[in-house]
Each structure stands twice: as structure tokens, then as C-alpha cells.
Ligand binder design. Structure first.
Ligand code: ADP
Length: 170
């Protein structure tokens, strides 16, 4: 049984992440989404909020995967979880250089851990959590790019004074 870890900040989870999770769970028996605390990235959502958003997404879409939060060196975490494969998403050539460097560095740190790249549907290749946050911060609708409960969470974060009903965009 191949256990794989899909690490990331997931601040917040988008349809692009979901596409990768679905692809990974079709290939591997045991998929764990590992949410990095990433304090250096100054996330909008706390790690427990990000975890809740991912868990609700998995429940709604009936995807069989686990969710954890970690705050250590990724290869160490992967070893600790008794996994040997890291999943990363590759959106465009712009992702390549950074991901390539990370994959080779992780291999240097542990020869037994392999990084596998999955490509999302082309329509998600321009999607990132940061662009979603930029749109939502300015009051734009992001319904086409994230699950409804994530859009509501974004509105609650950016516009806490809005009445609850108005946080759900039509
Ligand atoms: P990180 O801080 O580790 O980059 P992210 O949440 O931004 O965390 O991304 C986690 C992983 O998901 C990365 O491999 C990234 O390339 C991938 N990813 C992010 N958005 C998309 C998307 N729209 N389509 C496919 N993969 C994506």
C-alpha cells in the first residue's frame, strides 16, 4: 500500500488543489494532505482553519484522504508518517524551477523519498490561493475557483461586519 503526502500551505484550498487530490487518490491507496504551518508565508487562515476547510471539502466531495498539520522539515515528516512519496502540483513552466529545486533538495536529504508531479486540468493552471485572496479581498466573487464554504470563509475574513447572508455570494 503506497502512502503519499501532498504538502502545501492550502491558504485556502482551491479547485486546483482539489483536482490534484482527486488525481492522487485515483492512483494511490493512502493520500494524506499535509498542511504546512508556514508562518513565514503569514497565512490568512490559521492552520486549524485551513484544516477545517480541507476536511469539509473532502467530506462534501466524498474524497477518501486524510488531513494533518505539520511544522517540521518535510522529509522528516514524510518519514515519520511512514510514507515515501511526495505529491506536488505543477501548473505551468513558472512552477517548474522552484519545484525542481525542492524535489532535488528533498532527494538529497533523503534518497528514499520520491517526488511525483501531477498536472491539473488546464482550466486550473492559472489558479493560486494568492490570486483568490487578492480577488476576495477586493470583494470579487471566487465561486468558480473554490468550494462555496471556502468563499464564505474568505468573505467572513475580509468583511467580518457583513451580515451572514451577504457573505454567501449568489
Ligand atoms: P506551497 O506553499 O507549498 O506552495 P500551496 O498551497 O500554494 O503551498 O501549493 C501546494 C501544492 O499545490 C504545490 O505543489 C502547488 O504547485 C500545488 N498547486 C497550487 N495551486 C494549484 C493549482 N491551481 N493546480 C495545481 N496544483 C496547484
Amino acid at each position: 500500500m503506497k502512502k503519499v503526502i501532498y504538502p502545501g500551505t492550502f491558504d485556502p484550498i482551491t479547485n486546483g488543489h482539489i483536482d490534484i487530490i482527486q488525481r492522487a487518490s485515483r492512483i494511490f491507496d493512502d493520500v494524506t494532505i499535509a498542511i504546512a504551518e508556514s508562518p513565514i508565508k503569514n497565512p490568512l487562515f490559521s492552520s486549524s482553519e485551513r484544516r477545517t476547510l480541507v476536511e469539509s471539502t473532502l467530506r462534501q466531495l466524498k474524497i477518501n484522504a486524510k488531513v494533518t498539520v505539520f511544522d517540521s522539515l518535510l522529509v522528516e515528516y514524510v518519514r515519520q508518517q511512514k510514507a515515501s512519496v511526495i505529491i506536488r502540483g505543477l501548473r505551468a513552466v513558472s512552477d517548474f524551477e522552484f519545484e525542481f529545486q525542492m524535489a532535488l533538495m528533498n532527494r538529497k536529504l533523503d534518497e528514499n523519498i520520491e517526488t511525483v508531479f501531477l498536472m491539473p486540468r488546464d482550466t486550473y493552471s492559472y489558479l493560486s490561493s494568492s490570486i483568490i485572496k487578492q480577488i476576495a479581498r477586493l470583494g470579487g466573487g471566487v465561486k468558480a475557483f473554490v468550494p462555496a464554504h471556502v468563499e464564505t470563509a474568505l468573505r467572513t475574513k475580509f468583511f467580518p461586519k457583513l451580515p451572514t447572508k451577504a457573505r454567501v455570494l449568489k
